[in-house]
Design a protein around this ligand. Sequence first.
Ligand SMILES: CC(C)(COP(=O)(O)OP(=O)(O)OC[C@H]1O[C@@H](n2cnc3c(N)ncnc32)[C@H](O)[C@@H]1OP(=O)(O)O)[C@@H](O)C(=O)NCCC(=O)NCCS
Length: 172
Amino acid sequence: MSNTQDSLVPRPVRDSQSEMNEIVLPNDANPLGALLGGRLMHWIDLAGALAAHRHSRNYVVTASIDRLDFWTPAHVGDLVVLRSSVNRVFSTSMEVGVKVWVENYLADESRHVSSAYLTFVAIDAAGRHLKVAPVIPETQEQQRRYEDAGRRREIRKAELERRRSSTRSLHG
Ligand SMILES: CC(C)(COP(=O)(O)OP(=O)(O)OC[C@H]1O[C@@H](n2cnc3c(N)ncnc32)[C@H](O)[C@@H]1OP(=O)(O)O)[C@@H](O)C(=O)NCCC(=O)NCCS
């Protein structure tokens, strides 16, 4: 594991805060004009990677995406706004939260579509894992997300272990 000194300097959450905007076009939608879930998942992954890159200043790969719910549909012509930031850094991995809003500028309304938690692992050009600089929560909201991210990591690890052992028992 090798890092430059600069990439390990602790950074505030605000340094990773990112926003990505997309207009829903017909090619992003089903025949009824509603945004495809898979397209939104792709945008969520990209928005999450933006925050992870900004924080880690390295290449990253997506290790996992937690359960996703879509609470309200977006339609052709809507503006989809994705806001992301790093919630917490562990060692080589970091949890990023992405919150998705849909804005209809004709109706002048904005609705919360989805929220997602993704884990990214920092790697170098050869694919070796890299340590990631700590993240500094500065607001109460960021502190809450930081603490919640620790709890989610424990749940993720337990779930991963459960799935691994059920795969092992399936294959003898
Ligand atoms: C994700 C990946 C890097 C994990 O590497 P690994 O050698 O299996 O895992 P390790 O046990 O060494 O864990 C490395 C880190 O990833 C985390 N991690 C591994 N699997 C994870 C999962 N399913 N969910 C969340 N975090 C995970 C570990 O907790 C660890 O974090 P830490 O260093 O902060 O403690 C590896 O499985 C991989 O490259 N997967 C493919 C990624 C990919 O192609 N993504 C889509 C395209 S970007």
